[in-house]
Design a protein around this ligand. Structure first.
Ligand code: 2PG
Ligand code: MG
Length: 414
């Protein structure tokens, strides 16, 4: 039986220069797995708890020494004693060690980095690529990128309230082809912005972050960039992540950068109008995380036409997704491993969504690292969609490069 021999934890750095937890697991046969936790900016209130030191003398309170210590002092002895690398047993032990609803005791960052590093070590021990270890013979579908090329909201210091404007190369015949189309459109957008005298500096996820007149202008420029790159909006569609929980206060939506206030119904009307006027096929967090009644109405109005993705709404959590089924809220879930904390729970929520006909989009966080687990996870679960930023900034590109390698491996096998 394969056993865990050693677990080491490190305080490392993420793409926003904030500390994060890295864990290295070594098995008794010498196989090793290494994983890092990502970190969000527009985090949902119902996410698992990211444990930070709150010591203002270090990293503005964002140090993760406590989480690192929890891995070495609490998690490592228990998992070594467990005597197996079976992922469900490992993840169950992690849940028991924490014992809280939101993983606030040991910390979801400590738990996730451990959970992923054990899976990586086990895959290495079996000499399998991670997607094959996690997904078995079924793992074969490369995801379509939902690629963020223009940033706003909490991810950029510009005047745009919508957090992410994304392109979906729906007509591409392969992942490599999809990535090429997106990259060409990204470059076309950059040169258009430059010729308009606008900034081509980028936001946290690598998308451009210019100041623009309105959401409509942002979408129109993307449509123009799609065409300038030689594609049509029949082939390449648009998706938005409003991250509107950030706007919700006292039952209305206050878009802070433009200082506009919408009631719930006005907000829904706004999305409906944008979908009528532009080739938008997916809207994430069009309404706030606890606006269940609004979500039901939004889904009645737009759920038959477009994908309505719950991110802050569902937080990769089975109980929240169940609530969504009951309220007929949304028709897709964003899947972020660190919102829930363990790999097993993450994979279970994808199955649960699919069984109910909801689609699943595997996602990065705005604070990322070189860890590429989500690329393998997207293939292992056959999720069909991945959101992992612009084709710019190595922490984003690492996931795309991993998918290119997986695609060529799968081609060789099939
Ligand atoms: C989102 C994510 C990732 P953050 O809202 O979907 O794009 O952002 O990690 O800041 O929550
Ligand atoms: Mg989101």
């Amino acid at each position: 039986m394969k056993q865990i021999a050693k677990i080491e934890a490190f305080e490392l750095m993420d793409s926003r220069s904030n500390p994060t937890v890295g864990v290295r697991t070594t098995l008794s046969d010498g196989a090793r797995g290494f994983a890092l936790a990502p970190s969000g900016a527009s985090t949902g209130q119902h996410e698992a708890h990211e444990l930070r030191d709150q010591d203002n003398n270090r990293y503005g309170g964002k140090g993760v020494k406590t989480a690192v210590k929890n891995v070495t002092d609490i998690i490592a002895p228990a998992l070594i004693k467990l005597g197996t690398v079976c992922q469900s047993a490992v993840d169950r032990t992690l849940l028991e060690l924490d014992g809280t609803e939101n993983k606030g005791k040991v910390g979801a960052n400590a738990i996730l980095a451990t959970s992923l590093s054990v899976a990586r070590a086990a895959a290495a021990s079996y000499r399998m690529p991670l997607y094959r270890y996690l997904g078995g013979v079924n793992a074969q579908r490369l995801p379509t990128p939902m690629m963020n090329i223009l940033n706003g909201g909490a991810h950029a210091a510009n005047n745009i309230d919508i957090q992410e404007f994304m392109i979906i190369p729906a007509g591409a015949s392969s992942f490599a082809e999809a990535l090429r189309q997106c990259s060409e459109i990204y470059h076309a957008l950059g040169s258009m912005l430059k010729s308009m005298g606008l900034t081509i500096s980028v936001g946290d996820e690598g998308g451009y972050a210019p100041n623009l007149d309105s959401d409509e202008t942002a979408i129109q420029i993307i449509v123009d960039a799609i065409e300038k790159a030689g594609y049509s909006t029949d082939e390449v569609k648009i998706a938005l992540d409003a991250a509107s929980s950030e706007w919700y206060e006292n039952g209305v939506y206050h878009l802070p950068k433009r200082d506009v206030i919408y009631t719930v119904d006005e907000m829904i009307n706004h999305w409906e109008t944008l979908c009528r006027d532009y080739p938008i096929v997916s809207i994430e967090d069009g309404l706030a995380e606890d606006d269940w009644k609004g979500w039901t109405r939004l889904t009645e109005r737009l759920g038959g036409q477009i994908q309505l993705v719950g991110d802050d709404l569902f937080v990769t959590n089975r109980a929240r997704l169940k609530q969504g089924f009951e309220a007929a809220a949304g028709n897709a879930i964003l899947v972020k491993p660190n919102q829930i904390g363990t790999l097993s729970e993450t994979m279970e929520v994808v199955v649960m969504a699919k069984n109910r006909g909801y689609s699943a989009v595997i996602s990065h966080r705005s604070g990322e690292t070189e860890d590429t687990t989500i690329a393998d996870l997207a293939v292992a679960t056959n999720a069909g969609q991945i959101k992992t930023g612009a084709p710019c900034r190595s922490e984003r590109v690492a996931k795309y490069n991993r998918l290119l390698v997986i695609e060529s491996e799968l081609r060789g096998q099939l």
